[in-house]
Design a protein. Structure first.
Ligand SMILES: [Zn+2]
Length: 173
């Protein structure tokens, strides 16, 4: 597994992110899956606040030369402008690593699929555990976001992963 952190000059933050990504990956995936991963972590420490999105996980596909499955994780880190309880980069990364596991193991499909309902309404769908999971295209409804099985898993696991990582370093939760 390769981890590349950019977007911060802090060596300490980079080392801590490496440690967290390693820890989360070990708890989420088998060695066989982990060994084929290349993860780019893009830290956003800029002052301007881009919406309320604190993290993202984008599957970049398989590199044809190295055979590695590549991913980009975007994570906001603004301890000076956003209080830590609202923006904890290590907890954000734990959440995004759950999505990375979902993509890397094929549990979650990487693309939105356009479909049509019986009444002809345009729908989009995501493949989850082999089944199509429909979402409306004009989905501005937060409930659907929180109810999707991949978000339930990510929200459910982020805190436990984060706490165990802290504990493994002898830090308080
Ligand atoms: Zn999520």
């Amino acid at each position: 597994m390769q981890i590349l952190v950019k977007g911060t000059k802090s060596k300490r933050l980079r080392a801590n992110i490496q440690s967290a990504v390693n820890f989360y990956a070990t708890r989420l995936m088998s060695k066989k899956v982990r060994d084929k991963l290349k993860i780019f972590v893009d830290v956003d420490s800029s002052k301007n606040h881009r919406t309320d999105c604190y993290g993202e996980c984008d599957p970049l596909g398989r590199n044809p030369i190295t055979g590695m499955k590549e991913f980009r994780i975007y994570a906001v880190h603004r301890p000076k402008t956003i209080p830590k309880e609202k923006n904890n980069i290590f907890r954000t990364i734990a959440h995004e690593m759950v999505h990375l596991k979902q993509y890397a193991t094929g549990q979650l499909g990487p693309y939105l699929i356009a479909t049509k309902s019986i009444s002809g309404k345009r729908l989009t769908a995501t493949r989850w555990e082999g089944k199509l999971y429909k979402t409306r295209e004009d989905d501005s409804d937060d409930n659907e976001y929180y109810d999707s099985p991949w978000e339930i898993e990510a929200y459910g696991r982020e805190i436990g992963l984060y706490r165990r990582w802290r504990k493994s370093r002898g830090e308080k939760e």
